[in-house]
Ligand binder design. Sequence first.
Ligand code: URA
Length: 225
Amino acid sequence: MPIEDRDEAYLVTHALARDTLSRLRDVETEQVNFRKGLVKLGRICGYEIIDGRMETEYVEIETPLEETMGECVKGLDDVVIINVLRAATPFVEGLLKAFPRARQGVISASRDESAGREEDGSFPITIDYVKLPEIREEDTVIVADPMLATGSTMCAVLEHVVENSPEPDHLIVLAAVSAPDGLLRVNESFPEVDLLTVSIDDYLDDDGYIVPGLGDAGDRAFRTN
Ligand code: URA
């Protein structure tokens, strides 16, 4: 079962996704392998989205020998991938291997950790930069962020996407690792969203890090720690 239904989200259960995530969790995995792991995980998740969420259609094709029927994935030209900077950059690189013709958007949203968490556990979020392609009704929009922690960033990003576009056919949030609080927040605020994740981890620590998690994914990928 490649995408398994859980109450809070759908789990991408492909064995290679779980294997890759385990390597990413390992504190010994250094920058290059960490980044490659995120690329690989993005590619696997992309293939799983195609397999579990997109339709196929039968088409007539002509091989060098005869006419026959083939099967093609519908809607591959109507995919928008939104990169939530910055940890999503290698994750999106992998997704693009599955959706090479996707239109891409970028949103830079930062959480103000120095301000501390609000009463509801969220962090204040500032959206610094937004560049989205036109989003059309027929699109499958994938908002990618490897870490869905408090959900504050994701909700700010989704608000922006929903306010500035017609309701797309299919709005997917894709995370590698999610915290239960974050899934709850996104589910409550955006019930129409299709939440996919490779793992639902145990809890958030006081600094808003997912536990067991994989640490600061941006710092590990960009070697900024
Ligand atoms: N962002 C990360 O990179 N890691 C976490 O655990 C939470 C948010």
